[in-house]
Design a protein. Sequence first.
Lengths: 304, 280
Amino acid sequence: VTAAPARHNLFQYLDDGELVYHIAPFLRAGLEEHEAVVLVVDRRKLALMQQVLGDLLTQISYIDRDAFYTRPEAALAGYDAQVRRYIRDGAARVRVFGELPLCRTQEQADTWIMYEALLNPAFAHHPVTIVCGLDVREQPESVLEGSWHTHPKMLLGGWSDNDHYHDPAQVVRARTPAPAPVAGLSAVPLEGDLRELRVRLFDQMAAAQVPEVEAYNMLIAVGELLANARTHAGGARELRAGRAGDRFVCEISDHGGGFDDPLAGYLPPGAQNGGGAGLWVARQMTRGLELQTSERGLTARLWV
Amino acid sequence: MYSDIAFAVRPGEHACCRFAHIEDRERLALAFLLDGLRRGHKVLYLCDGSDVESASAKLRASDPAVEPALTRGQLVVRATRDTYVPDGTFDVDRMLEALRDERTRALDEGYTGMSLTGDVGGGVSGAPGAEHLAEYERRIDEEFEGTTQVLLCQYDHSQFDAGTLSDVAAAHRVDVSPELATIGRIGSIAAARVHPSDTLRLAGELDFESAPDVADVLDAHFHGQLRLDLADLSYIDVAGMRALRGRKGQGLTISASSESVRRLVGLLAWDTDPTVELAV
């Protein structure tokens, strides 16, 4: 490693020897600089690092990538919380070597490439050095190619600017599936106060056998969307809800002009200037949030 | 998981409510009453004046749970005067004895405890012995331990002098003080001050509709580091969280949190915010 890596870097490698050769010194240098050092790989690669780093590994926080990566939203929140705690506890910088979960389908590849794109704005305010390992033996071509678009620097002899880097919003937009209408939803009356609305919606979810935890999360997410509609769009026009297969869906439509921000709700509050926390919470509480602007206003679709 | 009412007083507590507006007192009394019924307590409601019938009718009209509770005897409405000053004078020992008897009777009747609220109003304020009210309240605090009762003493601002009110308030560990009255006019939220730690306790649901009232009260009446007990907040949203800091972005100590609060504390990065102190 010759020049300094940036905040978010790509390291593609062909075999274990190359991995250990570049990454063991990267981790060791972090410890020497008294940084908080985190390793996010599978068990086999942890053992490889153990052979080279020995006892030093006890000073490194290990995260099992196969257990940690469930959804990009959760991974972003989890890393954000962890980095904040390291900094609060005195670390000047956090150094991470991590690898994406294995992507077996195009949908998984899109999801995790989106995540890599989101990492750039989401961590722009944190003192971090993240190197993403990409084992070309295990990941499909689409992940290799997508990774070139999501890392500002990559290791090519030294750490070089990556000419293939794309604007994160553009990557997220391109890989966000187009929202499709959901059939079979019914209108939930908006009359009364918020608590009455929550009771009504909760009862409907209970009747649809939505587990209590998911139902409660949905209430919070719907509440944030209603609050946004009230603040920015003169209130909600319609709330529709119902089962869609093994999921439960709520749609909140408002009268406003809508907006077009593919990053909406993905960035932790610290990465934003004040607003946007409601959408962040809504994304964290649900399995999915789709935003669609039409001539009638904004429609937000929440899935649990 | 969904409570219909918000009530910031817990079993085993002795709370005081000083009120200036009749609607605020009625809302609190109803919340108290429904909370007691839900806990399986026998609920004794001591109303000011002697018109028990019209007080009962008013309660009946305010919630459908009242009528059946009156019928089965779980809710009993009586005149404050008959309990506090049966012979025209207020006697501390006799009153404490009466409370003990009521609790024993409630437990004997198979209830899980006793919830008693008394509107200490005009009927008591002028009676001989009323100068011992603060002493009585202190002794309740000392003698009524355990979690089988909730005692809520309502004091009408217009019926007592400031000195008595402040002595009386000091004798209660939980105080729904008048400046908190606006919290709960909208939504399902309740507040109380808890002594001696001077903690503000919030209970119920704090959402973007009820948040402005909370922010107003905090801005007007709480200065410096604010100590909050949020263990009884079953629901909170982003606007609710923001309201906790008032409009000035006040520093906070959160001594207890519900699961709902804990999650938003993490998501809003309050767990690493140096101006927010979280008790572990």
